[in-house]
Ligand binder design. Sequence first.
Ligand SMILES: [Zn+2]
Length: 127
Amino acid sequence: MKLLFKKEGKVIGDEFGHQHEEMLFESNRGFVRCCRSCGAFELRFGNAIIGMRLEELRLLTDTVSRLESEFTDESRPANDHAVIWLGHDGSGFRFRREEIAELHRLLAGARLFAMMSVDPSDLDSPC
Ligand SMILES: [Zn+2]
């Protein structure tokens, strides 16, 4: 993964960088929003911000769903963490059981709304 560190002020701001922003789903710890023009998604959850495309939103939702079901395994200690890897370079996020459950609800809700309202013909136009 290539790490980019933005200069002065930009990191603090809340900008999405897309004009056709739509809030898809919110939870206590975060939200998922998307750009109606180009189909970019942004997940914010706790301290994490992850930008992705629809296919990645689907994959992440499936991954989190699997992680949540693994947590129901009684043999896992209650304070165990689940890790979501962002690639193959060792970068990722750790989540507690209750965070994974909330993240799953958030992503599943966002994916549902994303699938209902994405018009493929819209995805080629600029933001
Ligand atoms: Zn856009």
